[in-house]
Design a protein around this ligand. Structure first.
Ligand code: DAH
Length: 356
């Protein structure tokens, strides 16, 4: 018995010394195994407890337990130290090295152009309005005085969404079977003209209406240097009493001069849109256009709001007059930045985007 008890303390001391000296976590695990693992030396001693007499057992057991607790505490402490050491940098830190800087992001060139256009319009009292990209045929076409047989409604030109009836495999409903108008990805932002006037009417608010609508539009075009199935437009609508084409021209000129420089010239050419009468196309020129070897560049459509459009939203066309326009943002951004392929805007190649 005396022999057994005497072994405990020296063994414990050796084990403690080894645990404390373990140089790294792997060595510590090994030392742990050598002492208190299933085949460890300390474990072997504990197994001998069984061979002791009934009188000897309690004292020996107590001593061994105390020792074991001590070893486990030492193990945990050393493990903590070694884990901390492993987490610290191996090399001393050189505080004179330049910091790691994160390259700041930037706005997409189309966003920058849109924001500049919006800023110009804000100066003259326009506010930004918004509408859904998934639009119904009524707001996209009918309400804009575009009858069902108008080429702009040709299914080939845009993306229709399957209706519940289509999904259920029932008869086609392109004209909105069951009373619900067919849904499509809007082909232009002009639909928002209708939505805004309807909303104002519902809220009991009279004109003036002075809105611009930047937004994404969709057409079934094949992508090439000047077409993309998704692109962006800005729509404008001004409704008040005694609004004239002169106001329209002055407004467009003001914004384009702000955007593209004071040498900008604007020209209106007669055109046809079903929601304006008279209608025009706006041509634009400046030094950039000349440099491209052109005299004029077609940039927008516009006109005086058609009386039928006013009727459709419940405005009395005898009281109210207005103009509207719509132009593509990519075209302007391409001119501004000298970009010759619209697809670059949509490829998200950082080498391209970083230049703006
Ligand atoms: N919605 C036309 C388009 O996408 C552009 C346009 C023309 C808008 C005349 C108008 C307008 O508001 O009055 O080509």
């Amino acid at each position: 018995m005396a022999g057994f008890l005497d072994q405990i303390e020296p063994l414990k001391q050796t084990a403690l010394a080894e645990l404390k000296a373990a140089p790294d976590l792997a060595a510590l695990e090994q030392t742990k195994g050598a002492w208190i693992g299933p085949n460890g030396r300390f474990t072997a001693l504990m197994k001998q407890l069984g061979t002791l007499s009934k009188e000897e057992k309690p004292a020996a057991g107590k001593l061994i337990n105390v020792a074991k607790v001590g070893l486990e505490a030492a193990l945990a402490e050393r493990r903590g130290e070694l884990e901390l050491k492993a987490a610290l940098p191996k090399e001393p830190t050189d505080f004179t090295l330049p910091g790691r800087r994160r390259a700041p992001g930037r706005l997409h060139p189309l966003t920058q152009t849109t924001e500049d256009i919006v800023r110009s319009f804000r100066k003259i009292g326009f506010v930004v309005a918004d509408g859904p990209e998934i639009e119904d045929e009524y707001h996209c076409f009918d309400a804009l005085n575009t009858p069902a047989d108008h080429p702009a409604r040709d299914m080939q030109d845009t993306f229709y969404l399957a209706s519940e009836a289509d999904r259920a495999g029932q008869a086609s409903r392109l004209s909105g079977a069951g009373g619900t108008p067919a849904l499509l990805l809007r082909t232009h932002t002009s639909s928002v003209q209708i939505r805004v006037m309807e909303q104002m009417k519902r809220a009991g608010k009279e004109p003036p209406v002075r809105i611009i609508v930047p937004g994404r539009v969709y057409r079934r075009d094949n992508a090439d240097a000047t077409h993309n199935p998704t692109f962006q437009q800005i729509e404008g609508l001004y409704v008040d009493k005694n609004v004239t084409v002169g106001d329209l021209k002055g407004t467009v000129e003001f914004v384009f001069r702000e955007l593209m420089g004071s040498d900008v010239k604007i020209r209106f050419r007669p055109h046809y849109f079903s929601y304006t009468e008279p209608s025009f196309e706006i041509d634009f020129t400046n030094a950039l256009v000349k440099k491209m070897g052109k005299d004029w560049l077609e940039i927008a459509g516009c006109g005086m709001v058609h009386p039928q459009v006013f009727e459709n939203v419940g405005y009395d066309p005898e009281t109210w007059t207005g103009w509207a326009f719509g132009f593509g943002i990519e075209r302007i951004a391409m001119l501004r930045y000298g970009i010759n392929d619209i697809r670059l805007f949509y490829e998200n190649d950082v080498r391209f985007l970083q230049q703006f």
